[in-house]
Design a protein around this ligand. Structure first.
Ligand code: SF4
Length: 698
């Protein structure tokens, strides 16, 4: 594909304008498409910030689709962070481009294995609970109806909410005998895998991308061979601002006591739908009948040890309000109690795994129980892998740079503990397992560039990694008319939260948030940085919203999908939300007239991974605050700000109730990263008039 081809498609009077009635020429889109084309031509890595509204998906899809048509031995993987974008590309954007540009090539959607229904496991559960499966009100019955009709077997296509049953019926690589399975030819997962092998473009997600990269890295599998994904040589990563977080999550080794109990439960408790446990079903076939009793004994001992470790760690968490705890190398000497108990868990797991292996080696189970035998083996292996994390944690000589930390997680009114090991930096892993291996890597997002500089994002992911490999970074600004269509208000007298003024602070927030929303007539998204502050404001404001008959929606009142649908369908509603809602909320038009940012989104200083990474920068002579905390917060602020305008015709208000944006030099730095908007001076008393005049004056 040539530069002329790109101009022929995206330029004024080009193919898209001729064939797509609502197409608007955007210079940024054209230039981005040409840069992506060049990266295919020159085997380069590019980082592109594509401002909201430039149409970045078309800009990377067109060169990728042409490449697929012209180079049939090549394959491009497109990885997104969210399922919404993945679906939009696969179901909407690619089919539309095929139609508009008369293109055609095979495209497949690739999601993780656990998203597919496993027919074999489902049939087993159904036969274990045959009576329940006939009750039309039961979840099992409804699932059966769906399983008969679904073409994809994808969990996301199931129309109702799914509970924990999914873990018993989803595809699980370790339990799957592949072509030996009697349902192999109808298997949803293997059919999807086959489609991916035939496709020239695979639309996937960050998680599957890192699963594939990790398995290639660990097993030395080249990208010319099949691993989790088929062979491929070009990669486009959208929502690339999330790479560090998503890769860190993926590469974190984790012992989770809830997961340990779940694996033990699979072995020795009857299932939700089966009246016999795995051991009961297999026990009669043991060559040594005492072995089953000894396995039971080991299980009970392991349960005790896991419980004691939980109690030990929960006592630690109790003292610090259940905040996660970073363990530094110099604190190792204080870990003797933990090491003693964790070692007991690891030893008990080892003994159990050895007895399970002895049973597996010497049993007389008939062939029809092969599936159960495999399951017992898998449960034993998973118990051993979980306890390996504990052993690794307790081996202080292996710590290196890794971040070691404890976490407590709430689950149905109980707390369970997690013992985690996270890489200090994922950059070397990404460079070695992804960037160096592929011909082209395009990383794009609406937020990669901070004040004309990609250095922060690049340093976190390892780009550029040397001077030889072609690497380009470029920003294409949004075509939106922020100066005339977006009113930015930053009251300079907004109080800051301190130890002594919480009551005054919460009162200020409640009054200012409520009066501003009333002036805007609803249609507001209020972004908090902590759920506890959201709760405090909600408790005080909910009666006032009710009194004024204004709809108030709050995160955790319902699932995210339902919440967003309600918010979008009622254009005068207000949504209070935290963390994940700072990005991914797409409410174009009148539905969203105001975004209120309650506090600058700095990461919690107690987050162990963040804290360890900041400290490592400080230790090397840099500044953790300026080089990490500030940059991360600025990216997140840009994301939150970006919720307001989604289309050229959108207009509205962004209200930032954190006066540090005006009074601190780092606040000014953060403001500079936002698109230039209409930003009059204001104090709190002038906010309401300004909102009303901007939104409603003729
Ligand atoms: S092939 Fe594997 S995933 Fe597919 S139905 Fe059989 S066991 Fe399940």
């Amino acid at each position: 594909m040539t530069k002329t081809d790109i101009y022929g498609i995206f330029d004024k009077g080009g193919t898209l304008e001729q064939r797509f009635p609502s197409y608007e020429y955007r210079e940024g889109q054209l230039l981005m498409a040409d840069l992506v084309r060049e990266s295919y031509d020159s085997n380069a890595i590019v980082a592109i910030e594509a401002g909201t509204g430039i149409g970045k998906s078309f800009a990377y899809l067109v060169p990728a689709l042409y490449n697929a048509m012209q180079n049939t031995d090549e394959r491009t993987v497109i990885a997104t962070s969210t399922i919404n974008l993945q679906k939009q590309l696969f179901e909407k954007d690619i089919p539309m481009l095929f139609k508009l540009l008369n293109l055609s090539c095979k495209v497949a959607l690739a999601v993780g294995r656990g998203n597919y229904l496993c027919i074999q496991r489902f049939v087993q559960v159904r036969s274990d609970a045959s009576l329940l499966a006939q009750d039309p009100d039961s979840e099992l019955y409804q699932l059966s109806q769906w399983a008969n009709e679904t073409e994809t077997g994808l969990r996301s296509d199931y129309p109702n909410r799914l509970g924990e049953i999914w873990s018993e019926i989803c595809c699980d690589g370790d339990l799957c005998p592949a072509h030996k399975c009697s349902y192999f030819h109808d298997c949803f997962f293997f059919k999807a895998k086959q489609k991916a092998k035939e496709a020239k473009i695979i639309v996937s997600n960050h998680h599957l991308l890192f699963t594939d990269a990790h398995s290639r890295y660990e097993s030395n599998i080249e990208y010319t061979e099949e691993a989790v994904l088929p062979p491929y040589n070009r990669l486009i990563i959208d929502e690339a601002h999330n790479i560090e977080q998503n890769a860190s999550d993926y590469f974190t080794a984790e012992y989770d006591s809830k997961e340990m109990l779940r694996q033990i439960g699979w072995i020795e408790r009857s299932g939700r739908y089966s009246s016999h446990s795995l051991l009961e079903q297999l026990g009669q076939y043991a060559q040594d009948p005492d072995l089953i009793d000894r396995i039971h004994d080991d299980i009970h001992l392991l349960l005790q040890e896991v419980g004691t470790l939980d109690q030990f760690l929960l006592a630690v968490f109790n003292k610090n309000d259940f905040q996660p705890v970073l363990i530094k190398a110099e604190q190792q000497h204080r870990l003797s109690g933990f090491v003693e108990q964790a070692t007991k868990v690891a030893q008990a797991s080892g003994r159990l795994a050895a007895k399970i292996n002895a049973f597996l080696e010497h049993n007389k189970a008939p062939e029809e129980l092969d599936g159960k035998i495999t399951e017992l083996k898998v449960r034993g292996t998973r118990i051993a892998s979980l306890s390996e994390v504990l052993s690794h944690f307790c081996d202080f000589t292996s710590w290196g740079d890794d971040i070691h930390w404890f976490n407590a997680e709430s689950y149905r009114n109980t707390k369970n503990v997690q013992v985690m090991i996270t890489p200090l930096s994922i950059a070397p892993l990404l460079v070695e397992s992804v960037f160096k291996k592929l011909d082209t890597v395009v990383c794009t997002s609406a937020t990669l560039d901070l004040n004309d500089n990609f250095a922060f994002w690049g340093s976190r992911v390892g780009l550029p990694y040397d001077e030889i490999r072609p690497y380009h970074s470029e920003s294409f600004s949004s075509p939106f008319d922020y100066k005339n269509r977006l009113l930015l208000l930053t009251p300079s007298d907004a109080p800051l939260l301190t130890k002594d003024n919480e009551e005054q602070y919460v009162s200020y927030m409640c009054e200012t948030i409520f009066s501003s929303i009333r002036s805007a007539g609803g249609g507001s998204l209020v972004l908090f940085t902590s759920y506890s502050m959201l709760q405090k404001v909600k408790e005080r404001l909910a009666p006032r919203f009710a009194q004024e008959k204004m709809e108030l929606l709050c995160q955790r009142d319902m699932d995210r999908y339902t919440l967003l649908n309600k918010f979008i369908s009622d254009k005068d509603s207000t949504l209070f939300a935290t963390s994940s809602f700072w990005e991914g909320v797409d409410a174009p038009g009148d539905t969203l007239r105001m975004v209120i940012i309650v506090k600058l989104p700095f990461n919690v200083p107690t987050d162990p991974v963040f804290k360890a990474r900041c400290e490592a920068i400080d230790k090397n002579g840099g500044s953790g605050f300026f080089q990490l905390a500030l940059q991360e917060a600025t990216m997140k602020l840009k994301q939150g700000f970006g919720r307001l305008m989604r289309n050229t015709g959108d207009t509205g208000v962004v209200l930032i109730l954190d006066s540090r944006v005006m009074t601190k030099s780092y606040g000014v730095y953060m403001m500079r990263s936002l698109p230039e908007s209409y930003h009059p001076d204001t104090e709190t008393s002038g906010i309401c008039d300004k909102i009303e005049n901007f939104l409603y004056a003729d």
